[in-house]
Write a protein that binds this ligand. Sequence first.
Ligand code: DAK
Length: 259
Amino acid sequence: MEYRNIILEKQGKLALITINRPKALNALNSETLKEIDSAIDDIGTDDSVLVVIITGAGKSFVAGADITEMKDLNSVEGRKFGILGNKVFRKLENLEKPVIAAVNGFALGGGCELSLACDIRIASSKAKFGQPEVGLGITPGFGGTQRLARTVGLGMAKELIYTAKMIKAEEALRIGLVNRVIEPEKLLEEAKNLANSIADNAPIAVRMCKAAINKGIQCGIDTAIAYESEVFGECFATEDQKEGMTAFVEKREKCFKNK
Ligand code: DAK
């Protein structure tokens, strides 16, 4: 697929998706959502890519779903648009590779929700987060009512969603919405360092950790722990488990093969 609204780059073990509609502050229209969907499929089937970074071009990460496209939708079309967005975000959340959101600027509405579908969020000191939907007469539609509460807790999620107010990066850090705040010019470098430090580890084990954490958070502790035991056992069927432990015993550098 040829991309007009995103840039997909692969650099060693990393893939970088840049949302690239700076004139509309990278607002998500259907075309952009479909391109993100295609990029996730590409990355999902490319064994050379171990970690993904998503960022935005210009002064915005993503300033929400595209209001120009949405404003005249009827309820059937609105539902279709919502289904598309939710499908893409869920695919990203379930991608068998860690995804880091490098939030460079506005992460509003669908933009905040996009970052929440990623595994880890780091932010530029210029980033701003918010769920402004109720101010537009709608509810968050790409998972915001669900993932925000799971990330920052019920009270804080409700305050952000009910007030529709924007918060700065430092406040996002304080409430646990982002893991760290970085000087703008260092954001991508920091995201790549973080991605590479993940990519240095056994890919299958990392993938299983992602699945265990994501599944476990949705079910009772007994089911979650049983799932953890299952994936723990599966690791012992991998070459990388043998390599990781043998390298430790032999006091040498490990060399994982994603096998
Ligand atoms: N959509 C379309 N265009 C946008 C946009 C957006 N979300 N945000 C900004 N733009 C465009 C502006 O219209 C402007 O275009 P021109 O006038 O230059 O043609 C350009 O980007 C630059 O924006 P500003 O001139 O406004 O820039 P400022 O720096 O002054 O302000 C701002 C930046 C981010 C504070 C402001 O642009 C702003 O408030 N933007 C809207 C933010 C927002 O409300 N976003 C949330 C959208 S609601 C659903 C599923 C999901 C959703 C909805 C339904 N279903 C289940 C159906 C999701 C909803 C949302 O995300």
